[in-house]
Design a protein around this ligand. Structure first.
Ligand SMILES: N[C@@H](CCC(=O)N[C@@H](CS)C(=O)NCC(=O)O)C(=O)O
Length: 215
């Protein structure tokens, strides 16, 4: 059985859990925090979570994990069968990580951990996110899911905006979801799926507990 290493507050952990649940793949949760210790980096070379433990060894990087899950259990599909359509799903998913999630992440230390504002990040991240949102608007068909049918792009979106949206609201007073027509409906449809609702509920409870413990 696949072992999913990580912690519930992690939005990337949520993406992999969503895919496992969506595909009906059995898995076991292994509670792990990110670490630069050699023993953890032997499993996840950048020391990040999530990583999964398979019968063959470990895999890290969320989109690579989603691709692996698709290969071992193609149905229900997270990527379209048509190669071009599948590449467009990958294009959207990578864009969400690089130009939305990672830019929002530059403000996590301020918003979630009460650290000093990173003024360079405030100035640098916004134009990248603006471009990322324009790309998403251009690439998506929002019918209601981002690429039409439900796909890995929706999973990555739901758990990228889950933090990027409140962070941009707090830092810039900016509603980034409203910038992309149809995005809110796509996120709502994604989070209303059985797997999506389970992940959102469990993530929300873990986040609440984390915030209460930090208060
Ligand atoms: N590109 C990685 C990002 C994963 C990631 O950033 N995970 C966070 C937790 S949500 C983490 O491990 N952070 C610790 C660190 O960056 O050292 C992926 O796709 O899985």
């Amino acid at each position: 059985m696949i072992k999913l290493h990580g912690f519930l507050v992690s939005n990337y952990y949520s993406m992999v859990k969503f895919a496992l649940l969506e595909k009906g793949l059995e898995f076991e949760h292994v509670q792990v925090m990110p670490s630069q210790e050699d023993d953890f980096k032997a499993k996840s070379p950048m020391g990040k979570v999530p990583c999964i433990e398979t019968e063959h060894g470990f895999i890290s990087e969320t989109i690579a994990i989603l691709e692996y899950l698709e290969s071992i259990k193609p149905s229900p599909a997270l990527f379209p069968a048509d190669p071009y359509a599948a590449a467009k799903v990958r294009e959207v998913a990578h864009g969400l990580e690089l130009y939305i999630e990672l830019q929002g992440r530059r403000h996590y230390s301020e918003i979630f951990f009460g650290e000093k504002r990173n003024e360079a990040a405030v100035a640098e991240a916004k134009p990248v996110i603006e471009n990322g949102l324009k790309a998403l608007k251009q690439l998506g068909s929002f019918g209601p899911y981002i690429c039409g049918e439900f796909s890995a792009a929706d999973i990555v979106a739901a758990h990228s905006f889950v933090y990027a949206a409140p962070v941009c609201q707090a830092v810039y007073g900016w509603d980034i979801i409203a910038e992309v027509p149809g995005l809110q409906a796509a996120l709502d449809a994604t989070n209303a799926r059985a797997a999506g609702a389970q992940v959102a509920t469990e993530h929300g409870a873990a986040m609440k507990a984390f915030q209460e413990s930090a208060a």
